[in-house]
Design a protein around this ligand. Sequence first.
Ligand code: ADP
Length: 341
Amino acid sequence: METIIKLENVTKEFPSKNGTVKAVDNVNLEVKKGEIHGVIGYSGAGKSTLIRCVNLLEKPTSGHVYINGKDMTGLSQEELRKTRQKIGMIFQHFNLLKTASVYDNIAIPLKLLGYDKSEVDERVNKYLEIVDLSSKKNSYPSQLSGGQKQRVAIARALSQEPEVLLSDEATSALDPETTNSILDLLLKINRELGITILLITHEMGVIQKICDHVYVMENGNIIEQGSAIDLFTKPREETTKKFLNTISQRKLSANVISQLQLNGKVCRLTFVGDSTGKPLLSQLSKEFNVEPNILTANIIELKNGIVGNLVIHLIGNEEEINSAIAFLNEQNVGVEELEEN
Ligand code: ADP
């Protein structure tokens, strides 16, 4: 699959009272055509600055941004304007014109780009249909719910027929149910129109539901990245684990862990693919002198598969427990020892 977005050693600095702030620090990333990639991080990590570097709303201090192999940082204003049409963007607060109808919110930018009346009309109707909002054509933004406003913004972005859609916290102002319906819409756009999506978010649920590939960002750096399945099964960094613990039931309280550690170890086992079908726990108690006791179990549905999560208390002496853990590791099961902290 060909690469559509490539960031090479991108750094963005801002001057501040106390010297320079490096909002983005030497970031590399590569998005293949047709994929959905997500950048997750806490507030201040540099996510907004990073995504704004992709369409050069922020000009990188150094490094290169390639769209379809073309270096955006070297383009003239005119060329940049043209290439930007290939990149749509949606925002947390929708950015709709309050005094224009739904129809005009989509039509006005198209008219400014020089499309004639019939082409404008055709596109507005086509994309309102895709976002399931044809019936609200003549409404004004103030008459719409948050989810409906985001649908208008998505239709407006799509009406310019971009190859890439950038999403800057597009679901952060929405309730969980509306968030889900907007994420379903983004999946549909990706699958049916083949549009590549790069999004930023602070919600792990967004990553879980729609992303193929994930970047964890902190202090301007990408501290960990991988396929969504890899990140959910084998997280390395503390920040990644903290984000994963925001997915329901993944976290166990320190109190419970400290009690259980008195006679054994508490482990999270993560299953994916082949390892899901094996009766591993009964094998553990047969082959090692340990007793596995299930504390919590759940499955997490990702865009590209299902990950099983099992938290167990392994009761036994340390040596036997360590041999059992080594055995689990060999069986392609992710094993994370949970410590009280
Ligand atoms: P995030 O989107 O992850 O919350 P931002 O990209 O908004 O992070 O900000 C990253 C860092 O860069 C923060 O420390 C922020 O204060 C700083 N920053 C962002 N934009 C500017 C700006 N225009 N001028 C000065 N500092 C900025």
